[in-house]
Design a binder for this molecule. Structure first.
Ligand code: BGC
Length: 752
């Protein structure tokens, strides 16, 4: 026995000397790590392999599933990926799960009677349309609680890619065409999520504005455009909310994969913006693992054994330094020590889904945008009792888009159920036509429509569109309504209008659609977006007037697709499989283009109606000469008959003597509380030096040019209520940055 004890002593001693994460410093832990352990930590543990089809194998052509949506069976089933555990040093494995509208985990599991449904919150585009950072932060708090209670450390969201073109299949996950709105909304949701002690991964960094050939396409973009438009939302959100991680994107920028660009991942992100977390690849992003490590892309996801082997060999053969590995490991350990997994948090698997459903419903109502409301068709008058509810979206209401942004929710309340729960009688014959047996495609006969127009008080037509990862939308039949849809809409409108009854359109869409050839047939149009699992209830809340709509467009509805400034360059060349996409419109994205080039949109950025009316007055500046900042105040009064909220948008027109600038740019925004009829509220905004600055590429400086600035208090980009001016006496260099994206690659030099 004594012998046995003696024999055990040295190994016990050695063990007690092994540094432990949390007990020892991170530097000591790194010093104790072997090369293999370091590399292991920097490469994810892989995804669950797709079951091999029977009788097939690599040798006869079978290849594993391409890197698309992440999926792992270990730790938390359905999560997108894990990092490696290094038990010897007390380093736990982190769990990462999608996505932007709710945590994506497996809802049901093998040999387990429990369920693990997550709340499907409204999609990003809807959240941005609330223009309400407090509300979005509250959504984030509930959302982050589910992340934590389902055992996840890092949520792979939010996505802040700019709505460059309405056809991008993933626009629903993203926020806006405007970097300020995208950045502020992202900051709010990150703050809410991370207040739970879990992390986020702001994505996809950067210039990932389409799905066509997403793993290869190169975005050809100028440095100024990148900094002012595409990097900006990341910069704002990182400054406001300090996300734990950043996810680099699939695409290349000016010929080089973002995951391999040191200028973006280190110079901009860490040196200029002081980002302190770690950077991970998108799932399968990039191809040169050594370049990724050197660029400061700390973690390769989802991870493969050959990547580990490549990195180990690179260190052994001096093409990758230990210093780089140590630095990347340090970035990761700094975050790992904050994680629930490190803290051994005992997650319940029982978040309060009921309470979160209420938050999802409230947020949904606040981000819906009333586009049209002729003769006060909405809210539905009290005398409306029975509704003829047309459109497949009534019965198959879309809560959110597809792909990694899709949430495994327990249910979706469709528009039909929402209307019924709100107390309306909804036509059963129409319902049967859409949902009856053997009825893939509903047959709306003229008789059915005619009868419905007799027996109901009003028609509600729900137009639905879905899209998602891997594919962009097309103009014909997706961006545009199909010929059948337009014809049906017209037949319905004719039948109801002849009887003096109204027709309401509900748009259950994730991205902008064409409004021509049909919208004149609608008396009112409610843009409901993809409002999450409580969809039908939230839509009924707004239609009935239980909630007064206060959403505003965070993305323009153009008059026609051809007007979109990127239309002729989207999705790049060659069109079938674009190798590059030219950002020829530069900084003129969205309203920056429409307003500067006097192109009239269908519904402009910032637009949205209410059931009440507001007066915006008394715009005051703290000073007529600008020094460090200027404070802007404005009074909002509810001049109508029902309670409501207004969004005030502060646009600034800057002097253009030195470089080209857009006609105006959004520099601040705020939403009132619920104002009762006659009630007023003063909103206050601050404009800083940085808010006035544009990027001067020649000198790599952000400069607020000398001259006169016009401040506009507005309720949409084209509904300017008040203006005032101030002077900047001498131009101010706000910041000097590094030259990035060098050398400036010419189009002809980009590899096909
Ligand atoms: C998507 C990411 C997602 C990841 C993990 C990728 O295909 O682009 O947004 O987070 O998969 O599922």
């Amino acid at each position: 026995m004594l012998l046995a004890l003696c024999a055990a002593t040295p190994s016990l001693k050695a063990q007690s000397k092994t540094p432990q994460l949390g007990t020892n410093t991170i530097k000591e832990v790194i010093a104790a790590m072997t090369l293999e352990e370091k590399v292991q930590l920097l490469v994810g543990t892989g995804r669950a392999p797709k079951p091999k089809p029977p009788g097939e194998g690599i040798s006869n052509g079978w290849v594993p599933e391409p890197p698309m949506i992440g999926y792992t069976e270990t730790k938390v089933p359905g999560a997108a990926g894990n990092t490696a555990e290094i038990a010897r040093l007390g380093i736990p494995s982190l769990v990462m799960a999608d996505g932007p509208a709710g945590v994506r985990v497996s809802p049901t599991r093998k040999d387990d009677a429990n369920t693990y449904y997550a709340t499907a919150f409204p999609v990003g585009t809807l959240l941005a349309s609330t223009w309400d950072t407090e509300l979005v932060e509250a959504v984030g708090r509930a959302f982050g609680n589910e992340v934590k209670e389902y055992g996840v450390d890092i949520l792979l969201a939010p996505g802040v890619n700019i709505h460059r073109n309405p056809l991008n299949g993933r626009n629903f996950e993203y926020y806006s065409e405007d970097p300020l709105v995208a950045g502020k909304i992202a900051g709010a949701i990150i703050n809410g999520i991370q207040s739970n002690g879990v992390g986020t991964s702001i994505k996809h960094f950067v210039a990932n504005n389409q799905e066509s050939n997403r793993n290869y396409v190169s975005s050809t973009v100028s440095e100024r455009t990148l900094r002012e438009i595409y990097l900006k939302p990341f910069q704002i959100a990182i400054a406001d909310a300090n996300p734990w991680t950043v996810m680099s994107s699939y695409n290349r920028v000016n010929g080089v994969y973002t995951a391999q660009r040191k200028d973006l991942l280190t110079t901009v992100l860490r040196d200029e913006w002081k980002f302190k977390g770690f950077v991970m690849t998108d799932w399968g992003g990039g191809y040169d693992w050594i370049a990724e490590m050197n660029a400061g892309n700390d973690l390769i996801m989802p991870g493969r054994p050959d990547q580990i082997a490549t990195l180990i060999s690179a260190v052994k053969h001096d093409s990758l330094s230990m210093k780089v590995l140590d630095q990347n490991v340090e970035h990761m350990l700094n975050i790992i020590v904050k994680s629930p997994s490190f803290k051994k948090y005992k997650y319940s698997n029982k978040p309060d889904l009921k309470a979160h459903a209420e938050i999802a419903r409230k947020a949904a109502t606040e981000g819906m945008v009333l586009l049209k409301n002729n003769s006060e068709a909405l809210p539905l008058p009290k005398k409306v009792k029975s509704i003829a509810a047309f459109g497949s979206g009534t019965y198959n209401t879309i809560p959110g888009g597809t792909g990694s942004g899709e949430v495994n929710k327990a249910y979706t309340v469709n528009v039909y159920d929402g209307l019924v729960k709100a107390g309306y009688t909804v036509d059963q014959n129409i319902k049967n036509a859409y949902t009856g047996a053997n009825n893939d495609k509903p047959i709306l006969t003229d008789a059915l429509i005619a009868n419905a127009s007799v027996s109901n008080d009003i028609a509600v037509v729900t137009i639905a569109r879905n899209s998602g990862e891997g594919h962009d939308r097309n103009v014909a039949n997706n961006y545009t309504l199909t010929a059948d849809e337009k014809l049906e809409f017209k037949k319905i409108a004719d039948a109801f209008h002849t009887k003096g009854k109204k027709v309401i359109a509900v748009l259950n869409i994730g991205g902008v659609i064409d409004m021509n050839d049909w919208q004149d047939n609608a008396d009112a149009i409610l843009l409901a977006w993809q409002p999450g699992q409580e969809a039908g209830l939230a839509i009924a809340d707004v239609l009935s007037g239980r909630v007064n709509p206060s959403g505003k467009l965070a993305t323009t509805f153009p008059a026609k697709y051809e007007d979109v400034p990127s239309a002729k360059n989207f999705p790049g060349t060659p069109a079938e499989k674009p190798a590059q996409v030219l950002y020829e419109e530069g900084i003129y994205v969205g309203y920056r283009y429409y307003d500067s080039f006097k192109v009239k949109p269908m519904y402009e950025f910032g637009y949205g109606l209410s059931y009440t009316s507001f007066d915006v007055s008394n715009l005051k500046l703290s000073s007529a000469t600008f020094k460090d900042k200027v404070t802007v105040t404005v009074t909002v009064k509810n001049t109508g008959k029902v309670a409501g909220k207004e969004v005030v948008q502060i646009y600034v027109r800057a002097p253009t003597q030195t470089i080209d600038k857009p006609e105006q740019e959004l520099k601040a925004f705020g939403k009132t509380k619920l104002l009762q009829p006659g009630e007023t509220q003063v909103l206050t905004f601050t404009l800083t030096q940085a808010d006035l600055a544009s990027y001067h590429t020649d000198s790599s400086e952000w400069i607020a040019d000398a001259g006169s600035y016009t401040v506009k208090a507005a309720t949409s980009s084209r509904n300017i209520k008040q203006t005032a001016t101030f002077m900047v006496a001498k131009s101010i260099v706000v910041e000097k940055d590094h030259k990035v994206l060098q050398p400036d690659i010419k189009l002809s030099e980009i590899r096909p």
